[in-house]
Design a protein around this ligand. Structure first.
Ligand SMILES: N[C@@H](CCC[C@H](N)C(=O)O)C(=O)O
Length: 292
């Protein structure tokens, strides 16, 4: 009988993940295996997988091993690879704390989007240094049915289109990716955020995530929204010299985002481990075969 694979389940503002601790990178996490694990009816269920690997043991992160012991090998629920996951990196850090690999304080985590610094307390919310946003030039349009909106192209390591709308219901059922034009602006696909104002420095959003569909939250998306809102509100910290803070309500909770005058963005929000167990290798083999 093959070895059972450990897993945990966790979430950050209800963006939920199957966590697979695999320090030596020994588990074959094919796209079909990831999709099987994330299946909400036939698998464990999740928006994505947090594969926890020592940087030194992963070909994509070995060059970062001196800076960050651990690599967040993030996968979307459909099995595709993404550069970064803002809610995921908080949950990843919470798992390292839960497993006794780290204690409170600052922790560097390697991601495909670079090394991120996480501040962990004993419990409570987790803060992540998300780096700087890039704002590619050019007009982008997002549409849903007959409606369309101008959108801001924001890259947080991964691509986002942020559209300010009058009513979040106008995003519809979000069962399929909302078209973004021009397609050339997003050669690798895009995460789309729909945003309404709630008050000064306070917005609410829904998101359709590349590779996962509509989720209850997206951390990189909330950062992209805060950056787009600050530019729209004339509160660009690089211009005003003052940090801009936005409270971003998502269907699964609330994130607080601050952009500093040097462009560095910090995100604070919850990170929760809810369960742990073992994956039956025979079930996983069969599920992978069915998907291949
Ligand atoms: N939910 C994540 C983002 C996950 C990756 C995204 N779907 C992509 O493909 O870029 C977050 O919290 O940032």
């Amino acid at each position: 009988m093959s070895t059972r694979i450990a897993f945990l389940k966790g979430h950050g503002t209800e963006n939920d993940f199957v966590i697979v601790p695999d320090p030596e990178n020994a588990v074959d996490l094919s796209p079909a295996a990831v999709a099987a694990l994330c299946d909400r009816r036939a698998g464990i269920g999740g928006d994505g997988v947090l594969h926890v690997v020592r940087s030194a043991a992963h070909p994509e992160a070995a060059h970062l091993a001196a800076e960050a012991e651990w690599f967040m090998d993030y996968r979307n629920g459909d099995g595709s690879v993404a550069e970064m996951c803002g809610n995921g990196v908080r949950v990843f850090a919470r798992y390292l704390q839960h497993a006794g690999h780290v204690t409170e304080g600052e922790l560097a985590v390697a991601t495909r989007g670079g090394v991120k610094t996480v501040r962990l307390a004993k419990d409570g919310d987790v803060t992540v240094g998300m780096g700087r946003a890039a704002l590619p030039e050019g007009d982008v349009t997002v549409s849903v049915g007959e409606r369309s909106w101008p959108a801001r192209n924001v890259n947080m390591g991964n691509p986002h289109a942020v559209a300010f709308v009058d009513d979040l219901a106008h995003a519809g059922d979000l069962l399929s990716p909302p078209p973004c034009e021009p397609a050339a602006a997003y050669p690798d696909g895009v995460n789309v955020e729909f945003v309404v104002d709630r008050g000064p420095g306070h917005v609410a959003m829904r998101v359709h995530e590349r590779g996962s569909g509509e989720t209850r939250s997206c951390g990189t998306g909330a950062c992209a929204v805060a950056v787009a809102a600050a530019r729209r509100d004339g509160a660009d910290p690089a211009v005003t010299g003052t940090p801009a803070t936005y409270t971003v309500d998502v269907p699964g909770g609330t994130l607080v985002i601050t952009e500093r005058p040097d462009g560095e963005i910090e995100m604070t929000g919850p990170a929760v481990i809810v369960a742990e167990g073992e994956i039956d290798p025979e079930w996983l083999d069969a599920a992978v075969r069915r998907r291949s």
